[in-house]
Ligand binder design. Structure first.
Ligand code: SF4
Length: 250
């Protein structure tokens, strides 16, 4: 499996879930390398913005920002090795994130299998951009899908970021929670459209302000919380940004 690299090893670390419906829960994060999207504001661009790719990123405006050398940011390890590293932490919840984990569904299924052999109660969450339907075996193995379809603010054509079959699948799964990153009030019309078109239950939708610092989050948190109260969505902050800023591996 191809994981993001952190220091000399894979990006597997013990932290607190900072987003979504299980926010605050201690969890081991396993970060997949590679993504099939290229959101301009992606805060894990080391998983896909490799040298030689044409994708723009908002960090292009930051002096000194350059695309990543694959060898510096990607590591290939065996799923059994990843499982052993996860089980080294005193924690029974794992968040499989990325990048896009569903690009490596089979490898993660193997990793989950190794962990469940020793820890049958271990809980697995998967963060996905909702562009692929999981296989029945993967859907069965995972406890919770944190589904995050991308809006126009991600800077890609709709044909790339929205897939009706996949959205319909997750809308009908009791394991799904939908999380939308909201950058401005105009994003809300798009979310309403998606909700209506794909039958996503209001009670399963979380709205999260976009931002990589506490002050950026603060700019939209108050009005977004009001929107959630009025329309029945859940408000979701980014706890890890509040606690640790935009640092990797915490
Ligand atoms: S889908 Fe997620 S990991 Fe992929 S580019 Fe967008 S924000 Fe980044």
């Amino acid at each position: 499996m191809k994981l993001a690299k952190l220091g000399d090893g894979p990006e597997i670390f013990h932290t607190i879930q900072g987003e979504g419906v299980s926010v605050g829960a201690p969890a081991v994060f396993v970060r997949a390398s590679r993504c099939n999207l290229h959101c301009v504001w992606c805060d894990t661009d080391h998983t896909w913005n490799f040298e030689g790719t044409p994708w723009p990123h908002e960090k292009d405006a930051v002096p000194g920002y350059v695309k990543h050398r694959k060898a510096d940011v990607m590591l290939e390890i065996d799923p059994a090795d990843a499982a052993a590293r996860v089980m080294a932490f005193p924690c029974q919840r794992t968040v499989i994130t990325g990048g896009e984990p569903l690009l490596q569904e089979q490898a993660f299924l193997e990793m989950i299998g190794h962990i469940r052999e020793r820890q049958p109660e271990h809980q697995f969450e998967v963060e996905t951009n909702a562009t692929r339907v999981p296989s029945p075996a993967f859907h069965e193995a995972v406890n919770q899908f944190n589904v995050s379809p991308k809006l126009a603010n991600a800077g890609m054509p709709e044909s790339l970021r929205l897939n009706a079959e996949v959205l319909g699948f997750f809308a009908n799964s009791s394991k799904s929670w939908f999380k939308f990153v909201v950058a401005e009030p105009g994003d809300l019309a798009e979310i309403e459209d998606l909700r209506r078109s794909h039958g996503i239950p209001v009670s399963r939708i979380l709205l999260m302000p976009e931002g990589r610092t506490s002050s950026e989050l603060d700019k939209s948190a108050a009005w977004l919380a009001d929107v959630c109260r009025e329309r029945g969505y859940r408000f979701c902050d980014r706890l890890h940004i509040r606690l640790w800023g935009d640092r990797r591996g915490v």
